[in-house]
Design a protein around this ligand. Structure first.
Ligand SMILES: [Zn+2]
Length: 178
């Protein structure tokens, strides 16, 4: 019979070996963001929902683009559009994006971080430097809104008041297609 402590050690080592494999499978790095997602299907759904409309023609086109490449170029393009709209340029901006399959997971993360129940479809956590999106609610306006919060937060040495934060995010959302 295995001593319980030995079993725990085996389980712990197992967890250590498995964790890096899992996170590596769903991580992308763009110029401005480290993007993690549950699996490729979630990334695919996020990419389809993030329809660029007429902005698509302004983006650089690479032949043979994968879904990963497409998401990376969309995110970097939106970040630069938001910086231009807000007139706040941050060449060294770096933040994280987590893409969940649905809004339930977004709400769960909000509850874990802030201990409050909300019905948000996406949110930005300044303390985590992370934006949380849901693959079924990731339209251009939603993505631009949260990135507006990231840029506004990082631009000022002191966080702007919450209401002003929101005004700037809404401005980014409205003007991302300009
Ligand atoms: Zn907001």
């Amino acid at each position: 019979m295995t001593h319980p402590r030995t079993l725990y050690i085996i389980l712990f080592i197992g967890a250590l070996i498995c964790l890096p494999c899992r996170s590596e499978a769903g991580a992308l790095e763009s110029r401005y963001a480290v993007i993690t997602f549950d699996d490729l299907d979630v990334l695919k759904r996020f990419n389809n929902e993030l329809y660029m409309g007429r902005l698509g023609s302004q983006m650089r086109r690479n032949s043979g683009e994968t879904i990963e490449d497409e998401v990376i170029s969309k995110i970097d393009f939106i970040v630069e559009k938001v910086m231009t709209a807000l007139d706040m340029f941050l060449p060294n901006l770096k933040f994280s994006i987590v893409i969940h399959p649905d809004t339930k997971n977004v709400e769960r993360d909000f509850r874990e971080i802030y201990r409050v129940n909300v019905d948000y479809i996406a949110f930005y956590s300044p303390s985590r430097n992370t934006v949380f999106y849901s693959a079924d609610n990731s339209t251009l306006r939603v993505v631009a809104h949260e990135i507006g919060h990231v840029v506004a937060e990082k631009y000022f040495p002191i966080s702007p008041p919450q209401r002003i934060h929101e005004v700037m995010a809404q401005y980014a959302e409205q003007h991302v297609t300009d």
